[in-house]
Write a protein that binds this ligand. Sequence first.
Ligand code: SF4
Ligand code: SF4
Length: 162
Amino acid sequence: MSNTDYKKMYDKIFKAMGELTPLSADCGKLCGHACCKGDGNTGMRLFPYEETNLSVKELDSGVRLAVCSGECNRAERPLACRIFPFFPTIDDRGRIFVEADTRAQRLCPLITHSDEIIFDKRFFKAVKRVGKILAKDKECREFLIASTEEIDTYADFLGEAK
Ligand code: SF4
Ligand code: SF4
């Protein structure tokens, strides 16, 4: 796909997410906005060809991070922030699921206290739709596959560390 096609794809994705968040209330009150404590050096991983107005740090591994200092224009936040702490995982048949992103487990009470929380189902529907849109593109599909493997590895690690 061309950069213009990717831009259109992310516009569609952001539209699908809209203003939906995991809860209908502000979950930041549960944790003091633990996921928005950027130090101007670390950041959220960008999806393939995702553009951002935040500054971008490219790691040796090729991973691109949108760097923030704990504040941003909410309407322009990266996709990873919009779907946090969940992720559209993919199986070997290409089916999309929405799972807790275990990479965030030590940070986010929505994962550790999921049994006690009433989530907004519309959010999960939207994340699944996002996964389906991403899976249509080869590079994004590969990103989903690699991320799913990472999430599974973290899940195993956390299970063993219990
Ligand atoms: S860490 Fe989890 S509970 Fe806290 S603001 Fe982020 S998503 Fe919400
Ligand atoms: S980009 Fe915005 S939403 Fe994402 S972690 Fe930084 S301050 Fe939070």
